[in-house]
Design a protein around this ligand. Structure first.
Ligand code: FAD
Length: 92
């Protein structure tokens, strides 16, 4: 991984722990599924229930996403207004 990829992050530990060597021992690229509006994709497309596009912040919402998916699959009503997460909102 190129130094410029972690240079910004490397400045932080030094501010918090003076004397700490800034170069990471190990660096690993990772992937997040980003959407144009950085909101999740959640909903039914025909017979398929889609959940994803968490844009780097899905972990903390996992239980609510799971509940919403379960309710979509079982046909139970949603516990909140989730139309803003509709799977077809980018297809016009
Ligand atoms: C480094 C890093 C730090 C993050 N930090 C935070 C944070 O602090 N807070 C936060 O809220 N979010 C954070 N996130 C984002 C969070 O991890 C994701 O938003 C969340 O995990 C997305 O959930 P997901 O179910 O869409 O995808 P994933 O969690 O990626 O789950 C997808 C699953 O599908 C499986 N899979 C893939 N292909 C197939 C296939 N063909 N068949 C069967 N299974 C398959 C994969 O093995 C994986 O288990 C971070 C992400 C990264 C990478």
């Amino acid at each position: 991984m190129a130094a410029e990829d972690w240079a910004t992050a490397a400045a932080l530990p030094e501010q918090v722990i003076p004397g700490l060597r800034p170069e990471p021992v190990k660096a690993q690229p990772c992937m997040v599924t980003d959407t144009p509006d950085h909101q999740f994709v959640l909903g039914r497309r025909h017979r398929t229930v889609v959940a994803g596009g968490c844009s780097g912040h899905g972990f903390k919402h996992a239980s609510a996403i799971g509940e919403a998916v379960a309710r979509t699959v079982t046909g139970e009503g949603s516990f909140a207004e989730l139309d803003f997460l509709a799977a077809d909102r980018f297809t016009g």
